[in-house]
Write a protein that binds this ligand. Structure first.
Ligand code: NAD
Length: 348
């Protein structure tokens, strides 16, 4: 366990169980040098406790990188609640999780993630102030979608020298909270859409509302489109999918899109422009972090839309150095985290 924490650079890992509510939860804090750790709470089933721990550690690290590149005064954290086979009282379970979060006295601020919803955050808020995405604050997904849309515009500008999306064809994987909203923004901008989801109702709705073409989940990788927008699960750019890809660019919201760093290098070698996931999908984090700090809506909006410029500038850097974009993003995030560690070390 310590080896695993060490290789991820994780500061600490917390466990909690509450037999009364069935709560079994893990909080992974990757970094607090730049401010309290912030990151969502997953509420999904896991095949094993190890799988849940791995997920929390991996995601917490990603949140540190995301907060660093977005210039937010936060480190990364993530929590998972292992979904029990039978949930007796969801509200009580979430309140118990809130006590767990509260016990860390503000070192970790929680938020919505896969499997959690605004009403869960309201229940958590009954036990702790270190929570975002309550009904008073709202769902971060529309902000994530806005950021992804800004990133898609930056990508097309980089490739084609124009902000006009009217000519482009986008393949969207996953029509959930973020994917559907991105589809809507792209449709309004005149883009042609091909979509897929394992939920046929969502696909049918997108076909009807956005005049989209539907393909099966397996077919999406080989669609001949300008841009692939993954908004489903992670790890989808891998040895199996890479040979199928004919897109000019990949820009979507899914976390951990690259199965490994080699996949980033393969995209670079295949001439496919890749928008580093934790840069392009930072809109939701920007929304929750700045809302929690009581920033005005207009300031939050500007910061989300600035994803356009940051991504475009990163593309230019990657092209000048002839390096994969994911590598440049990692190097930048690591430099920010190392600078914070040096400052702390010198102050001690
Ligand atoms: P969601 O659960 O609402 O939507 C995911 C969608 O993907 C669902 O409709 C699901 O049916 C579909 N899906 C799952 N497996 C699929 C497959 N194999 N093929 C096609 N479709 C599949 O989640 P979301 O909130 O929209 O988030 C989407 C992604 O973006 C996730 O990876 C999430 O971690 C990431 N993300 C979300 C936010 C946010 O604000 N919600 C912020 C940052 C990153």
């Amino acid at each position: 366990m310590f080896e695993q924490m060490g290789s991820a650079g994780l500061q600490d890992l917390h466990f909690c169980q509450d037999p009364q509510t069935g709560l079994q939860a893990i909080i992974a804090i990757h970094d607090t040098l730049r401010g309290p750790a912030i990151g969502g709470c997953r509420f999904i089933g896991y095949p094993s406790t190890d799988a849940a721990i791995n997920d929390a550690i991996r995601l917490a690290k990603g949140m540190s990188y995301k907060a660093a590149l977005a210039g937010l005064p936060h480190g990364g954290g993530k929590s998972v609640i292992i979904q029990p086979p039978h949930i007796q009282n969801r509200a009580a379970l979430m309140r118990a999780f809130g006590h767990f979060v509260d016990s860390l006295q503000g070192r970790y601020i929680t938020a919505m993630d896969s499997g959690t919803q605004v009403s869960d955050m309201d229940n958590i808020a009954e036990s702790t102030p270190y929570v975002t995405c309550t009904s008073a604050m709202g769902d971060p997904s529309p902000s994530t979608a806005q950021g992804v849309f800004a990133g898609i515009r930056a990508s097309i500008r980089f490739l084609d020298g124009t902000d006009d999306l009217n000519h482009i064809h986008v393949a969207i994987q996953g029509l959930g909270h973020v994917g559907y909203a991105v589809a809507s923004l792209l449709h309004q901008a005149g883009a042609q859409l091909t979509v897929t989801d394992i939920d046929m109702l969502r696909v049918q709705q997108a076909v009807k509302e956005f005049d989209a073409r539907a393909v099966s989940p397996d077919e999406i990788y080989a669609v001949k489109a300008d841009l692939f927008c993954p908004c489903g699960l992670g790890g989808i750019i891998n040895q199996q999918t890479l040979p199928q890809l004919q897109f000019r660019c990949i820009a979507g919201s899914a976390n951990n899109q690259l199965a490994d760093d080699d996949s980033g290098m393969a995209l670079h070698q295949q001439g496919i422009l890749y928008a580093p996931d934790y840069l392009i999908n930072a809109g939701g984090l920007i929304f929750v972090a700045l809302q929690h700090a009581h920033y005005q809506d207009q300031v939050i909006q500007q910061k989300i839309l600035a994803i356009d410029e940051s991504l475009h500038e990163l593309y230019q850097h990657a092209r000048a150095d002839n390096q994969p974009t994911n590598l440049i993003a990692d190097q930048r995030a690591e430099a920010i985290l190392e600078a914070a560690a040096r400052t702390q070390h010198e102050a001690a």
